[in-house]
Design a protein around this ligand. Structure first.
Ligand code: 16G
Ligand code: ZN
Length: 549
């Protein structure tokens, strides 16, 4: 019939390159841009089917984040704005893998039956498309459109160049029947930021804090968008460097570079010593802060995702405690929402100790945003961050409803009280932070608002705790899938004997901690080690790396 012949015809125009096998990893498909046409076309088909199946708006983002500029990638945003549901990943792999159009058609046929997808009905599907600033993005976006258009009733809406979190935010907003243009996104961020600034307690050292922030935009989309956002913000002095295509994307710049290498990014120099600086990654879903110690030896003080998490957790906990202050008023329906903090094994041990000592509940998941996000969603307020700077805060609908009620009640009984202000602050945070996915722009505004609230400099913030020295290594092995881990990747269960050997090495170092895991994005095994001195961490990492051979 018609649908079949359209699919056959269009897919024959996007033959897969021979010998390329891709899989929908932790962050979608990623590869050298030159081999991605066919895959992106097919992900277009998948997005259309997902939209028909869920009867919701779906997102398709073309980006390879912090990878080099010649790479690209594609991933799907589900109706909630989060990552593609994990039970569709095998279908994504199978689609990308189909050797020819006939096989592709067969796969689609089978899947449509199995999932009960209303194909060729009166149903319609809508897919929002976005891409980062990579030059290959334009033709890949065209391939995605063709894939979408080969499914009857599916409509592709090109949202242009966006940060990854902007696209996720738009999908989420559309499915909540809200307007979802870039302007709405910027307005929501700037209004809720303003709200937090207006609620800063009298006497906070606000003026002292009104110094400038310098942002490294990774020569990508994040810097460009921050420039636009900055025009409608007030209360912040931001200078943006490495914005748009000033230099090569991610080369010597960006959050991944700064966090992994712990060095000063390009275009930062001696004049910046001591100033509060931040760095975004290539698609602006990661954020780290730093301050330049000295450019002579290229050194920085890194304020990573763990420390952003700690700042957020501290602030949220403080506001929750304030909202719930009972003032001997027995009418007051005190309700203690569950607050959870989610980390991965890469979180610095000092951060975990700090959070636990602050009375917070800390849990661990495997590496990858989808795992952290899922876990955080189990709490009334779930805060998650990877050390690399990807993270956000999730608020349950129930909690937001309770906060709204609490706020109205307080507005009539004790308007302007600290309690009411705390409720308003939490509501503002829920609007400022991107609840679809980690977002460097909204994260940055929340950090800035909290620092002003506390009257803290970046140095005061960085002093919350001191990182244990750590070392990361990668080891090339014949087959990285031979390493199987459990317990949030902290224990190797296969091959046998490896974990015992790691334990034996680790035991030699005070506060030693070490784990290995197969990378989800590169053909290597990663080793992470932590100890009380840099030398000890290096030695531990090296000896465990040798066990991998
Ligand atoms: C991807 C993940 C990131 C994770 C990283 C680990 C998303 C959106 N991104 O970039 O969360 O930290 O992979 O890479 O999920 P690795 O497995 O190569 O160490
Ligand atoms: Zn990214």
């Amino acid at each position: 019939n018609n649908q079949r012949s359209i699919l056959l015809e269009s897919s024959s125009r996007f033959p897969p390159p021979p010998g390329v096998k891709l899989s929908y990893g932790t962050s979608g498909f990623r590869a050298d841009a030159s081999v991605l046409q066919s895959t992106v076309f097919r992900v277009g088909i998948l997005a259309a089917l997902r939209s028909l199946r869920t009867q919701s708006v779906i997102g398709l983002m073309i980006t390879a984040s912090h990878n080099k500029v010649s790479d690209n990638g594609v991933k799907i945003a589900d109706p909630s704005g989060g990552m593609l549901s994990q039970d569709w990943e095998p279908f994504a792999d199978a689609l990308a893998d189909a050797p020819d159009s006939q096989r592709l058609l067969q796969l689609v046929d089978d899947f449509v039956k199995k999932e009960n997808i209303p194909l060729e009905g009166a149903q319609s599907a809508e897919i929002l498309l976005g891409r980062d600033t990579r030059p290959s993005g334009e033709t890949l976006l065209e391939a995605a459109k063709q894939g979408i258009n080969s499914i009857a009733g599916a409509v592709a809406v090109d949202m242009g160049v966006l940060t990854t979190p902007q696209l996720h935010w738009m999908v989420r907003a559309r499915n909540k029947s809200m307007k979802a243009t870039e302007l709405e996104y910027f307005e929501q961020l700037s209004n809720s930021f303003r709200c937090l600034i207006d609620l800063i307690p009298q006497g906070s050292a606000v003026n002292k804090m009104n110094d400038k922030l310098i942002v490294d935009g990774a020569n990508g989309v994040g810097g460009e968008k921050l420039e636009l956002l900055n025009k409608i913000l007030n209360g912040l002095d931001i200078e943006i460097r490495n914005s748009g295509k000033q230099g090569v994307l991610n080369e010597g710049v960006g959050a991944d570079y700064v966090q992994k290498e712990k060095v000063v990014p390009c275009k930062f120099g001696p004049a910046d010593v001591g100033i509060r600086c931040a760095s975004l990654d290539g698609d602006a879903d990661r954020l780290v802060y730093f301050s330049v110690l000295s450019t002579a030896n290229n050194k920085i003080d890194l304020v990573d995702g763990d420390k952003i998490l700690s700042l957020f957790a501290l602030f949220i906990e403080e506001q929750l405690n304030t909202v719930n202050k009972c003032d001997g008023d027995t009418e007051n329906k005190c309700y203690w929402p569950t607050l959870g903090v989610v980390q991965t094994a890469y979180a610095n041990g000092a951060s975990t100790d700090y959070l636990k000592h602050s009375g917070l509940e800390v849990v661990f998941t495997k590496t990858g945003v989808k795992y952290l996000h899922e876990k955080a969603a189990e709490y009334d307020i779930g805060i998650y961050f990877e050390a690399n700077g990807h993270g956000t805060i999730l608020f349950s609908e129930g909690l937001l409803h309770w906060l709204d009620g609490r706020n109205s009640e307080l507005a009539s009984t004790s308007k302007g009280s600290e309690q009411q202000k705390a409720a308003l602050r939490l509501l503002a945070v829920s609007k400022l932070i991107n609840q679809a996915v980690g977002d460097a722009l909204s994260g940055l505004l929340l950090v800035e608002a909290i620092l002003q609230h506390m009257g803290w400099s970046i140095h005061r913030w960085n002093d919350l705790y001191h990182d244990l020295p750590s070392r990361q290594l990668k080891v090339k092995v014949v087959d990285r899938t031979a390493i199987v881990t459990e317990n949030a990747e902290t224990v190797v269960v296969s091959p046998p004997g490896i974990q015992e050997a790691i334990d034996a090495e680790t035991a030699k170092y005070p506060r030693g901690r070490c784990f290995v895991r197969p990378s989800g994005t590169e053909d290597v095994v990663r080793v992470y080690a932590e100890a009380t001195t840099q030398e000890a961490a290096d030695n531990l990492a090296n000896s465990v790396a040798q066990l991998m051979d």
